[in-house]
Write a protein that binds this ligand. Structure first.
Ligand code: PLP
Length: 397
């Protein structure tokens, strides 16, 4: 295989992981096979002993999955990667592979709804102690990580209101507490933020979002050191079945070829829309890490290379005005998905974060007037025309 260490990011996302079959196809091949055959019974036995590196069964690994894994690892700058059936399979497996009863996990409270449920409902059932804190407050991290922990988990920027956590500072505190740091990097993407370079140990993705970027597949990924992926993650993954289908891995490997182009274009449009939204009279506040009004604007400049395609904004008039805004959109679709080429908007309090109690939503600053907008690849003018007419209508009476 080629030496992708010396390549620039653009070359890596098109070429890394490419593993041509004996047919020398141009485009990455789809190996739609559950199993693999052996030359001899001895080779089969050696494969199960782990002394060979041939493929055994697609639950453990497959050539198309491996191309996606090597490409994503090269993009991220990680030693190793495994692709999973969903983002949640990736996140849950990255925790479950290394936790046991009696362990302590500390996490930022601003999390994707299903991650919040894993930490508050599922892990505690198995005797794992979990503590959620305000991730924007470094003093809370210091106080909580004064006691040893096994894992620290955070999301930055967070879903849905784009709060940031100082990844480098938390990595240092986590390591002093004896913990590994897992960062859910979905909102930033590998293009705009590199948690491993900031000190994190493990990075997780929902590849359903920008990595596919075309709203087609469900998928996830776990990245980290070779030692973590091969010795700790792989044995758990192989036995518990979180793997990605070869078909989804094939779509993913092709999508990654255009990842930077898509993410940079979407982020540029999001930056322009954030400015326009901030000065619209129907808007109470906006939350965009690249906008000067963001309380952690300085941290965003320090740890991100760009500010992403998601904007949260609060319309005056609570749920009624937020619903009316969504219902008045003609181009932007109402959907809880994100990172798609098509711009999508949703009302987090009644959808993605409706499983949280009103108190938990308040602690996360998610209000009834909040709309989360995932900016796609449409032209900025068309998107602004749609947003401004919807906001005008929603607040006209
Ligand atoms: C979507 C998402 C997930 C879950 O991913 P799935 O692919 O839907 O399982 C986890 N974290 C964040 C931040 C997400 O946006």
């Amino acid at each position: 295989m080629t030496d992708d260490k010396k390549w620039h990011a653009d070359t890596i996302q098109v070429r890394s992981g490419l593993n041509r079959s004996e047919n020398n196809e141009t485009s990455e091949a789809l190996f739609m096979t559950s199993g693999f055959v052996y030359d001899s019974a001895e080779q089969a036995a050696a494969s199960f002993e782990g002394t060979t590196d041939n493929f055994i069964y697609s639950r453990y690994g497959n050539p198309t999955m491996q191309m996606a894994e090597q490409r994503l690892a090269a993009i991220e700058g990680a030693e190793a990667c495994r692709v999973c059936s969903t983002g949640m399979a990736a996140i849950f497996s990255s925790m479950a592979c290394q936790l046991q009863a009696g362990d302590r996990v500390v996490a930022s409270q601003a999390l994707f709804g299903a991650c919040h449920a894993i930490l508050t409902k599922i892990l505690p059932r198995w005797g794992i102690q979990t503590e959620l804190i305000d991730g924007t407050d470094i003093l809370q991290w210091q106080a909580t990580l004064a006691t040893p922990a096994k894992l620290v988990f955070l999301e930055s920027p967070s879903n849905p209101v784009l709060q940031l956590v100082d990844i480098a500072a938390v990595a240092e505190l986590a390591h002093k507490a004896g913990a590994k740091l897992i960062v859910d990097n979905v909102f930033a993407t590998p293009v705009l933020q590199s948690p491993l370079a900031l000190g994190a140990d493990i990075v997780t993705y929902s590849t359903t979002k920008h990595l596919d970027g075309q709203g087609r597949l469900l998928g996830g990924a776990v990245l980290g050191s070779k030692a973590f992926i091969e010795d700790i993650f792989q044995p758990f993954y192989r036995q518990t079945g979180a793997s990605m289908s070869a078909f989804n891995a094939w779509m993913l490997v092709k999508s990654m070829e255009t990842l930077r182009l898509r993410v940079e274009a979407m982020s540029a449009t999001a930056g322009q829309l954030a400015d326009k939204l901030a000065s619209h009279p129907a808007i109470e506040s906006i939350s965009y890490p690249g906008h000067a009004s963001h309380p952690q604007f300085e941290l965003a400049q320090k740890q991100m290379k760009g500010f992403g395609s998601l904007i949260a904004f609060q319309v005056n008039g609570g749920r009624q005005a937020a619903f009316k805004t969504l219902n008045s959109l003609k181009l932007i679709d109402i959907s809880n998905n994100l990172g798609d080429a098509k711009s999508l908007a949703c009302h987090p309090a009644s959808t993605t974060h409706s499983n949280l109690s009103p108190e938990d939503r308040a602690a996360l600053s998610i209000t009834e007037g909040h709309i989360r907008l995932s900016v796609g690849l449409e032209h900025t003018s068309d998107l602004w025309q749609d947003l401004s007419q919807a906001l005008d209508l929603a607040t006209s009476d």
